[in-house]
Design a protein around this ligand. Structure first.
Ligand code: CP
Ligand code: NVA
Length: 309
């Protein structure tokens, strides 16, 4: 494992070994055991989109690992004025030990990895959000003990989160169900692959509520995400109409198992993809999920940037 560009590139063993190290680092942090495994190393963080969790968890994570992190807004970098990514990658490779990038096109992340000589971490593109899903899988295992026999369901837009959750869930052996409008399906390469593994079902009929209730039936964990992602703000109204019915509310919860978890990568829009009462009833595991970004990404960085990798 040289980079984290998308979860599809990782084997199940690699994902599990990141999760195991994340659990260990969480334990060490909780017990005030220092773990300076990246002492003297520097992570560059390029942001072309907003962020609260990703920025802070990577920055704090590097600090806790004994290294440092640089916030690099694309507004300030020459890349924002057209300097080619090929040159940026070769320059930054001479200063830094790793780069985390949040951007629009997946190809920009792949280009950075191709042209640079240091590990590249995808901090969200329009296509996927692998760091988030490492934290999500860590949280599911923390609450459920293992992935064996679990059913996860994703309700809503077939976006970057859906793409990564399908791949992560299937790689870890869960049954994955998705309910989404037919025009807002996850990426074809992801659904084709997941279908071949025999663990994927998608509900996209014209009956929105029927789709959601079928996907949620007997689920152990329900996931959702916003209906309009970053960069789609102009479509928000159209999307609100298209996603009517794709909300995790009390009726949906009653279709799932009694001890079903709810996960949301945040930020959340209460009253759209998730009802306020469901959000608050499951706030404990949702904010644990947010905390686990820190532990999962620390583990990832140790694996990619550590001397004993
Ligand atoms: N979930 C997530 O990636 O949050 P931010 O956009 O705040 O980084
Ligand atoms: N799908 C959302 C996720 C935010 C963490 C977005 O891309 O804006």
């Amino acid at each position: 494992m040289k980079h984290l560009l998308k979860l599809m590139d990782l084997t199940t063993d690699e994902i599990v070994s990141i999760l195991n190290l994340a659990d260990q680092l969480k334990y060490e942090r909780k017990n005030h055991i220092p773990h300076p495994r990246l002492a003297g190393k520097t992570l560059g963080m390029i942001f072309q989109k907003n962020s609260t969790r990703t920025r802070v968890s990577f920055e704090v994570g590097m600090y806790e690992l004994g290294g440092s992190a640089l916030f690099l807004s694309s507004r300030d970098l020459q890349i924002g004025r057209g300097e080619p990514v090929e040159d940026t990658a070769r320059v930054l490779s001479r200063y830094l030990d790793g780069i985390m990038i949040r951007t629009y096109k997946q190809s920009e992340v792949e280009d950075l990895a191709r042209c640079g000589s240091i590990p590249i971490i995808n901090g969200l593109t329009d296509y996927c959000h692998p760091c988030q899903v490492l934290a999500d899988m860590m949280t599911v295992r923390e609450y459920k003990g293992s992935f064996k026999g679990l059913k996860m369901a994703y309700i809503g837009d077939g976006n970057n989160m859906a793409n990564s959750l399908i791949v992560g869930g299937v790689k870890l052996g869960m049954q994955v169900a998705v309910a989404c409008p037919a025009d807002y399906s996850p990426a074809g390469d992801v659904t084709d692959w997941a279908g071949e593994q025999g663990l994927y079902t998608q509900y996209s009929s014209s009956d929105a509520r029927g789709n959601v209730l079928l996907a949620a039936r007997d689920a152990d964990v329900l996931f959702t995400d916003v209906w309009a992602s970053m960069g789609q703000e102009g479509e928000a109204e159209k999307r609100r109409a298209a996603f009517k019915g794709y909300c995790i509310d009390a009726q949906v919860m009653s279709a799932a198992k009694d001890d079903c978890m709810v996960q949301h990568c945040l930020p959340a829009h209460r009253g759209e993809e998730i009802a306020a009462d469901v959000f608050e009833a499951h706030a404990g595991e949702i904010f644990e999920e947010a905390e686990n970004r820190l532990h999962a990404q620390k583990a990832l960085m140790v694996k990619l940037m550590g001397d004993d990798k």
